[in-house]
Write a protein that binds this ligand. Structure first.
Ligand code: NAD
Length: 376
């Protein structure tokens, strides 16, 4: 069978030697998933993991397609939401996968947002010492970020994503049609991660986003496809150079150290979605860069103006909470992040739009003082 994708389908290669895989981007992929998996991954029966929201909309089409292609071992629907990424859910999920008779040659298929991708990918990494898995990301965030790169895992009371494994998918099917059922707030939250790619490494893409955010957010097909393809291509290139985050991959965490602290403070609740925390975090990173004279004046204002226009929060005070954390508490929460080494925080700052860099040169005292000013 030809390895050429159909017209209208964009392909990004994630180049990782024997762990290389393709990301297919376009409409109608869920309904063709069985044939595409057979074409790109090969034989093996599938076990699908989804959540209640996504399953209600898209599981039937996927199951039908898988059944008619290579076979279906079964499917499980987990509760929707971040709270699903925890040990007891993982234990149950591994049980479902084993009870369904999944063998080494089979595959786990994650149909959902980043939560399902992360927990299903982790289960695939550990059942039978590792089975292949396919990501079918259904949120914008998952299409542009979490489905690519092989980070899988769950949260613990100590913090987010602290238990997990690197386990690369064998194929990613980013079906842009399924975004039609994604709630608008989730679409905006995912958009923060799209903007992140422009901010961290591609000023021209950022300029394009400033002109086209409205088309992306209203899901105009060509705009969504371009935004997803450009984001995935940037992530793929970075991951190919630094698969396990020894260096450059940390750039993808622009805004995340601040964002994770805000998420921890709001208890990972609906009060602040991951992408919303990232949006505020990116604004903080640019304001900190500007305050230290690293990037030119007005750069941070340009960043927050765009994110605000996209309907995203840009300041700590935008978070729905009775009392903001004080700056010491905020820094303590940032310290829970995995990007801490020898007790020193790693920051992603920026010299300008499209040029982020990694630094460990910012002292705790300096960050605390900066945040005290931000919290006001
Ligand atoms: P999510 O999986 O909770 O999805 C957001 C919400 O949208 C959920 O309620 C879900 O049910 C719903 N949804 C998703 N797709 C839908 C669709 N097409 N139609 C209707 N509803 C839909 O969250 P998310 O924002 O996709 O991902 C956030 C998670 O991703 C976090 O746990 C974060 O840690 C993780 N993440 C992982 C990586 C990585 O590299 N592994 C990178 C970034 C984020």
């Amino acid at each position: 069978m030809s390895n050429e994708p159909s017209p209208g389908i964009e392909v990004v290669d994630v180049d990782l030697g024997e762990r290389s895989y393709k990301v297919l981007i376009g409409g109608g992929l869920v309904g063709r998933a069985g044939a595409l998996i057979a074409q790109y991954v090969g034989k093996g029966r599938a076990f699908v993991v989804t959540d209640a929201n996504v399953g209600a909309q898209h599981l039937a089409a996927l199951s039908q397609s898988l059944e008619s292609a290579g076979g279906l071992r079964g499917a499980v629907t987990l509760p929707a939401g971040e709270a699903t990424k925890r040990f007891d859910q993982l234990t149950e999920l591994c049980g479902y996968i084993l009870d369904a008779g999944v063998e080494r040659g089979d595959l786990v298929v994650a149909l959902g947002g980043g939560v399902i991708g992360d927990i299903a990918g982790f289960a695939a990494a550990i059942v039978r010492r590792g089975v292949r898995f396919v990501q079918i990301p259904t949120s914008l965030l998952a299409q542009v970020d979490s489905s690519v790169g092989g980070k899988t895992g769950i949260n613990t009371p100590q913090g987010k994503n602290l238990v997990g494994a690197f386990h690369q998918p064998s194929l990613v099917l980013a079906d842009t049609d399924v975004l039609s059922t994604l709630p608008d707030r989730e679409m905006r939250a995912g958009y923060a991660e799209v903007a992140k790619y422009g901010l961290l490494g591609d000023a021209a893409f950022y300029g394009w986003l400033e002109d086209n955010a409205g088309h992306v957010l209203t899901r105009r097909d060509d705009a969504v496809r371009y935004a997803v393809r450009r984001s995935v291509a940037m992530k793929a290139a970075i991951v190919a150079r630094d698969e396990t985050e020894q260096g450059e991959r940390a750039l993808l965490n622009l805004g995340h150290t601040f964002g994770h602290a805000l998420e921890a403070w709001t208890g990972y609740s609906q009060r602040l979605l991951h992408g919303e925390g990232v949006s505020i975090g990116m604004c903080l990173a640019y304001r900190l860069s500007e305050a230290r004279g690293i990037c030119p004046p007005q750069t941070a204002a340009r960043v927050s103006a765009h994110l605000k226009a996209a309907g995203l929060p840009t300041r700590i005070s935008d978070v729905d909470a009775e009392t903001p954390p004080d700056s010491d508490e905020f820094v303590r929460l940032m310290g829970q992040d995995k990007k801490v080494r020898d007790g020193q925080l790693t920051f992603i700052l920026a010299r300008q739009i499209g040029e982020a860099f990694i630094t460990r040169e910012i002292s705790k005292d300096d960050v605390t003082a900066f945040l005290a000013g931000e919290i006001g």
